[in-house]
Write a protein that binds this ligand. Structure first.
Ligand code: NAD
Ligand code: UDP
Length: 321
């Protein structure tokens, strides 16, 4: 039987590369696409020799063409960490808006089903905790994070419009903070920041007083949730994340314990509009997809720490990666 064909944008990134692995494992023909603005080909180099994998180096904010049939599109291209999207704000807005529009057009043209990577950031600095999908959010459109949050909100609106007006089959996953191997050590997100600092023998920088909360999901759990959602028949947004909420200060203490570092936590200024609390309500994922996270933080952090430790020493001091 002919393999189903799936296009994964953002394929060289953290989540995109894990998605490529999963779809290859499930027997699909995988087409990866990426412009490498925050990604790294090393994340997918093990796939290049495979006959059912191909890669296009392309910016999806420009017209996207893929030859042949397509069954699924997973649109994961976008800078994703606060320091990345603050560094490249216009590209972030473009990939969420123009990029999404291009890919929805491609999905319509090919009769493909498309899933978009939305985010808990659509809830902004939320006034309800945990956040259910029905919560409309509290986003500052002109604040520094607005370039990411509003691009993602527009992305959802555009996706629903293609679903409603053009009958394109679409899925929306709202991803909460996810971690695991292949995160970039210097992408500024809290987990690589803390582990990198511990490995370099630096103090761990807690922003604000560290009382803000996040809920961290291990990457394998997230990928499973995305896979199930794509194959489901549910077109409204679904939260995927781990509801185990922790303050950033406690998280720093866990990393100190895990790494055995002699360093301590030091307080730094809180970035503007940094959400005070974040925790997914995963009732829908449980009911519709029969999904819930399986990997607890202790296990997931151990695997991730081993990954960071296995990187060449230069990676620790390379500001680009
Ligand atoms: P990442 O930076 O590791 O990967 C993003 C990839 O997209 C990179 O390889 C980058 O080069 C590529 N890219 C960016 N702009 C592009 C463009 N215009 N054309 C082609 N490729 C482009 O980030 P990630 O953590 O893997 O995030 C992937 C997706 O998931 C993003 O859409 C992000 O918004 C979403 N998301 C991630 C998280 C998380 O915790 N990791 C949480 C919420 C949402
Ligand atoms: N954070 C921190 N120290 C760092 C990096 C981040 O205390 O070195 C904090 C950040 O202010 C936020 C939380 O950790 O409150 C999670 O930040 P991250 O950038 O990982 O994700 P997001 O804010 O997008 O959830």
């Amino acid at each position: 039987m002919e393999k189903k064909r799936v296009l994964i944008t953002g394929a060289a990134g953290f989540l995109g590369s894990h998605l490529c692995d999963r779809f290859i494992k499930e027997g699909y023909y995988v087409i990866g696409m990426d412009n490498l603005i925050t990604g790294d080909l090393q994340n997918i180099e093990h796939l290049f020799a495979l006959e059912h994998f191909e890669f296009f180096h392309h910016d999806v904010s420009k017209f996207v063409y893929v030859p042949g049939k397509l069954d699924y599109i997973l649109h994961f291209a976008s800078p994703a960490s606060p320091i990345d999207y603050l560094k490249i704000p216009i590209q972030t807005l473009k990939v969420g808006s123009l990029g999404t529009h291009n890919l929805l057009g491609l999905a319509r043209n090919k009769g493909a089903r498309m899933i978009i990577a939305s985010t808990s950031e659509v809830y902004g600095d939320p006034s309800v905790n945990p956040q259910p999908e029905e919560y409309w959010g509290n986003v500052n459109p002109v604040g520094p994070r607005g370039v990411y949050d509003e691009a993602k909100r527009f992305q959802e609106a555009m996706t629903m419009a293609y679903h409603t007006f053009h009958g394109v089959e679409t899925r929306i996953v709202r991803i909460f903070n996810t971690y695991g191997p292949r995160m970039r050590l210097n992408d500024g997100r809290v987990l690589p920041a803390f582990i990198g600092q511990a490995l370099r023998g630096e103090d761990l920088t807690v922003f604000g007083d560290g009382s803000q909360t996040r809920s961290f999901c291990y990457v394998d759990d997230l990928i499973e949730g995305i896979y199930r959602l794509l194959l489901s028949d549910y077109a409204l947004p679904v939260n995927i994340g781990n509801p185990d909420e922790i303050t950033i200060k406690q998280f720093g203490e866990e990393i100190i314990k895990l790494t055995g570092t002699n360093q301590k936590l030091v307080l730094r200024d809180l970035p503007v509009d940094d959400p005070k609390q974040r925790r997914p309500d995963i009732t829908k994922a449980r009911e519709i997809l029969g999904w819930e996270p399986k990997v607890n933080r202790a296990e997931g952090l151990k695997i991730t720490y081993e990954y960071f430790k296995s990187l060449p020493k230069e990676a620790l001091f390379n500001k680009e990666h």
